[in-house]
Design a binder for this molecule. Structure first.
Ligand code: F0G
Length: 461
């Protein structure tokens, strides 16, 4: 787009609308209590602005809906698969394209075809399901971020970079046990922080030196490419598509949750260059997902994904997407709200420990903030702290706590407008003003695994 005016607009107009659930504060108090003070259990109609996740929650384009109508539902070797295969090959340069129903299925198939007990999979940072899939196979998932990258206050442009010194050491010590190095772009666990092209090249060089394959967890590949264009010296003149292609060109394969930058509501991909590995993966795919040309998706889903992957690197879209994250970040920053710096690609992460320092980590300051935003304004964010990642102490003391208490406000793609964001900023502002009154919480019921999704809580009054 021509840049004569400074306002970055939503580069689309709205053809289909979906009403929002308008509720009163009293109604929301009833709803959150009924949900055991855990926003995962709120019913959709009770949520006004849903920032729980950017996964599968975006809006599809008219072209995607149109493509769905020509979805070919032939069981084996459908036209829609070959269309998707062509698009993915052009986008990534990776030869074998294997659809899956979502990202974690691609992870499971890849790891179960490559990892054995005792192996170690290094990464900048494994996403939760990725770590769980590695550990399920008896292998170890190791996160190697640079020192300081986990500190919300340090302002580094590429906090997602993998520490190459630590990786070199690990490969020198245990190279024979490393089936692959996995780089997550962008690093969701660490605040949606990007990985630089320079870092990807350095990881590639180490992988070559030790004869280890390099894979990408490419869920947010387009946002990563955009942040490279914006932040990495010498990259500003290149297109996001060119940068993205170079990133994929550095690796031997990838997993992708297509529910993010695939711009679809369901879908995933596994891409590999090694033909023998592709065969092993396809064999497993038949066991759990379906025939290798549909992998758990309908033909219409393959069509929507093929189209989404062609739309996501549009620079007006990427500029708008990043501007909406930046817009919220800058305004909350002006109010003094403590956040993970700088803003990443898909979310704003509030530092709940600094927001409500009166609440100790074992009384879940992130939950306090999430619930207050819901009660005040109907906004749903998600706690990424001790409720999600901590665990109870078997001796009955307070929980083993997480290293950060964050609240993620995640932006669905092409879904909300600037006035929704203005409203969100007002809601956070109101909670910020009364932050000293926020109560801590205690858990009244929890499961051993992934307790954040199901735990019942109660405010401490
Ligand atoms: N990798 C990354 C980096 C992710 O963020 C996710 C999902 C996955 C893999 C798994 O993909 O959900 O399609 O099976 N992240 C979602 C989130 C759930 O809310 O951040 P999936």
């Amino acid at each position: 787009m021509e840049h004569r005016f400074s306002t970055i607009i939503e580069p689309f107009r709205i053809k289909t609308v979906e009403p929002l659930g308008m509720t009163t504060r009293d109604q929301r108090l009833v709803a959150i209590e009924k949900a055991n003070w855990n926003v995962f259990k709120l019913h959709a109609e009770d949520v006004l602005i849903d920032l729980l996740t950017d996964s599968g929650t975006g809006a599809m384009s008219a072209a995607q809906w149109a493509a769905m109508m020509i979805g070919d539902e032939t069981y084996a070797c459908s036209r829609s698969f070959y269309k998707l295969e062509k698009v993915v090959r052009e986008l990534t340069g990776i030869h074998h394209v294997i659809p899956t129903h979502q990202g974690r299925a691609a992870e499971h198939i890849l790891f179960s075809s490559t990892c054995k007990p005792g192996d170690v999979v290094p990464s900048n940072s494994h996403f939760d399901t990725t770590r769980a899939n590695v550990e399920f196979l008896g292998a170890e998932a190791v996160d190697l971020l640079y020192d300081g990258a986990g500190d919300p206050r340090t302002d580094m442009p590429f906090k997602g970079d993998l520490d190459v010194r630590k990786l070199g050491q690990l490969l020198a010590d245990r190279g024979a046990d490393v089936p692959m190095v996995l780089v997550t772009i962008t690093n969701n666990r660490g605040g949606g922080q990007p990985v630089s092209l320079g870092n990807l090249k350095a990881v590639r060089a180490l992988c070559d030196q030790f004869g280890v394959p390099m894979f990408l967890d490419a869920a947010r590949f387009a946002e990563n490419a955009w942040l490279i264009k914006m932040r990495e010296p010498g990259q500003g003149h290149r297109s996001a598509a060119e940068i993205s292609r170079e990133c994929f060109g550095l690796c031997d394969g990838f997993t992708m949750s297509a529910k993010k930058d695939g711009l679809v509501n369901i879908g995933g991909l596994l891409g590999v260059n090694d033909s023998a590995l592709a065969e092993r993966c396809r064999t497993r795919l038949i066991l759990t997902e379906g025939f290798p040309t549909y992998g758990g998706l309908a033909g219409r889903d393959l069509e929507a994904l093929a189209q989404g992957l062609q739309e996501v690197l549009d620079e007006d879209y990427l500029a708008y997407r990043h501007a909406s994250v930046r817009y919220v970040f800058d305004r909350l920053d002006q109010m003094g709200v403590p956040m993970m710096r700088p803003p990443g690609g898909h979310a704003v992460y509030i530092d709940a420990a600094a927001f409500a320092p009166q609440i100790p980590a074992w009384e879940y300051p992130g939950v306090a903030l999430v619930n207050a935003m819901y009660i005040e304004g109907g906004v749903r964010g998600v706690e990424v702290g001790t409720l999600m990642f901590g665990r109870p102490d078997p001796d009955g003391h307070h929980d083993f706590t997480a290293n950060l208490e964050l609240v993620r406000l995640t932006f669905p793609r092409r879904t909300y407008t600037q006035s929704h964001m203005d409203y969100l900023i007002e809601v956070v502002g109101a909670v910020w003003k009364d932050r000293e009154k926020l109560p801590g919480y205690r858990i009244t019921d929890q499961r051993d695994v992934l307790r954040g999704f199901t735990a019942a809580l109660q405010p401490i009054v």
